[in-house]
Design a protein around this ligand. Sequence first.
Ligand code: ADP
Ligand code: MG
Length: 233
Amino acid sequence: MIQLSQIRKSYHTEYTHLEVLKGIDLNIEAGEFVSIMGSSGSGKSTLLNILGILDDYDSGEYRLDNKLIQDLSQKQAAHYRNQFIGFVFQSFNLLPFKTAIENVALPLYYQKIERKKRQEIAMEYLTRVGLRDWADHLPNQMSGGQQQRVAIARALITQPKVILADEPTGALDTQTSYDVMKIFKEVNDQGITLIVVTHENDIANMSKRVIRLTDGLISGNETVQVGKTQSAQ
Ligand code: ADP
Ligand code: MG
């Protein structure tokens, strides 16, 4: 599903030149559940943004579903994003003045699906994340865990092949984090490829493979042993 070969990325400012990714080689198959770990500033978000076609890279090759993702126009990038990718962020990124169901339905608005149908499908996805009774609540009337579940429903509604989540449990307490990871596991069981950035070992151990980033390079790549979950509290 995802093939990275010698991906490099630097940030330039007037005074500095910062090499963040120094030649990343990585393959992720369809249906995998992978976590990416690394200390703060190690390039995790940079890598995820490249995978999500939110940012470009300087050299190397990125193939998504065998398509070369390189030098795309804004329009092509948006096309591939809409076709393949769902995003979940640490801070949920819900629209504050829209209800849960309106937030979930929003991507369908951009697909020009009519209102009644949008609401119907959005309710299905809200039900899947256990929030049927919360459809008419605003984000600030919901807990962090509930808001993240709304965000997951919104990411799922376009039926992406890959979900990219950047520290999705970073703002949640331990139990709520596990609940969110349980939903991700169900999503993965349905065949969707999942890539989760985290710096928590117990969260990473709920995925099936852990990739470690150190100083712009992959320093570790381990399959998670079955049963090795939720060890740390
Ligand atoms: P992580 O998500 O692992 O904490 P990031 O990928 O966000 O790391 O950032 C890696 C490094 O790149 C950091 O030193 C950060 O300050 C720098 N960086 C990230 N984005 C930009 C940017 N748009 N411009 C300049 N530097 C950036
Ligand atoms: Mg980050």
